[in-house]
Design a protein around this ligand. Structure first.
Ligand code: AQP
Length: 332
């Protein structure tokens, strides 16, 4: 029997998941789960690269796991686990740090964006080497495909570079992974600044919709979303706020963006905002019911992440042993 291809991806519990995380990545994960051997991780070690309250991290970690399952990931089919439960991630990251360069890490857009938001004395080495930890996450499982949003493309490129460099220096060790980015609308933008992406760690909570937001909150956030003064609904880069609303509508209803724009000719922005809010509320309703249920059943979540880590550990150790041998570490 032909070996199934491997998928790895993860999200940071740097907050609760947003509509951007869901439409840009999680929905894809769900649609791929039956075809691939899949590992989906809650990357808590990435979440401490910027300051994070321990109690929030604990809460968000379980929330993200619950969000994964509620959105449709089936723990019977995929391996769901928490990154810090599999120490091989940290071990491989250290080794790969020694095969990654200051120059290439300095060029990472996410590092530049996130470090701008911190006091320069508060930018951690962890934030700088974040892409190396991400490379370790992916390469440990010999992933063929990594389903992510468009914003992560650059991190996937550096992962491929590091893998190729290691393979060339020693011998074939890592599978060189491909990014799997859904072709239609891979990036959802902030509702307050449609030129930057929607992020769960945005300091302005009106900038994002959380999967757990109540209907009234969703309506209010869309109502306040930043648009423009043109006054006509067009699907164009000149009107990024309106374009983003249409993209959200399109991603959920599967209607073409141009068709949606056509339906709003002669109508105001308020109507578009209200309708987008309603389709989002409908889409999230069954997910929210499931999240509520899961968060009240912590024993079940615990069972999932313990079993998931046991399975992940086996695959991760296999790669790590090979890597350690190749770099010249003595086994005990
Ligand atoms: N706005 C977005 N549109 C499309 N896809 C998105 N993703 C994130 N934001 C959008 C995708 O979701 C996954 C989550 O990745 P992550 O949690 O590891 O980090 P991130 O990309 O940095 O996500 P956030 O929400 O912006 O987190 P913070 O605020 O902590 O930085 C990835 O697949 C990403 O592409």
């Amino acid at each position: 029997m032909e070996k199934r291809k491997v998928i790895f991806s993860g999200m940071q519990p740097s907050g609760s998941l947003t509509l951007g995380n869901y439409l840009g990545a999680l929905k894809n994960w769900v649609s791929l789960q039956s075809e691939y051997d899949s590992y989906y991780c809650v990357v808590d070690m990435h979440a401490i690269t910027v300051p994070k309250e321990p109690k929030d991290l604990r809460r968000n970690t379980l929330e993200v796991l619950a969000n994964y399952i509620a959105a449709g990931l089936d723990p019977e089919q995929v391996t769901l686990f928490i990154q810090s439960h599999v120490p091989a991630h940290a071990e491989l990251a250290w080794i790969l740090n020694c095969f990654s360069y200051y120059g290439e890490l300095s060029r990472m857009t996410q590092f530049k964006d996130k470090s701008k938001k911190q006091d320069s004395n508060a930018i951690t080495a962890g934030l700088f080497t974040y892409p190396v930890l991400m490379a370790a996450d992916i390469l440990l499982y010999q992933a063929d495909l990594v389903p992510v949003g468009e914003d992560q493309r650059q991190h996937l490129e550096i992962t491929r570079d590091i893998a190729q460099r290691f393979n060339n220096r020693f011998s074939e060790t890592f599978t060189v992974p491909e990014a799997y980015i859904s072709k239609d609308v891979a990036k959802i933008m902030s509702l307050q600044d449609p030129n930057s992406k929607m992020s769960k760690s945005d300091s302005n909570e009106n900038a994002y919709i959380l999967l757990m937001d109540k209907p009234d909150v969703i309506r209010r956030k869309f109502k306040r979303s930043v648009t423009d003064s043109v006054g006509v609904v067009n699907y164009t880069d000149e009107q990024p706020g309106i374009k983003n609303l249409i993209n959200i509508y399109s991603k959920i209803t599967n209607k073409q963006p141009e068709e949606i724009a056509g339906e709003y000719q002669g109508k105001g922005y308020a109507e578009l905002k209200e309708d987008v809010a309603e389709v989002v509320i409908e889409e999230l309703k069954p997910i929210q019911e499931k999240i509520d249920y899961l968060l009240k059943n912590k024993d079940y979540l615990e069972k999932i992440y313990i079993e998931g880590a046991q399975k992940a550990e086996i695959a991760a150790q296999k790669t790590l042993r090979k890597v350690k041998r190749k770099v010249g570490f003595i086994s005990r």
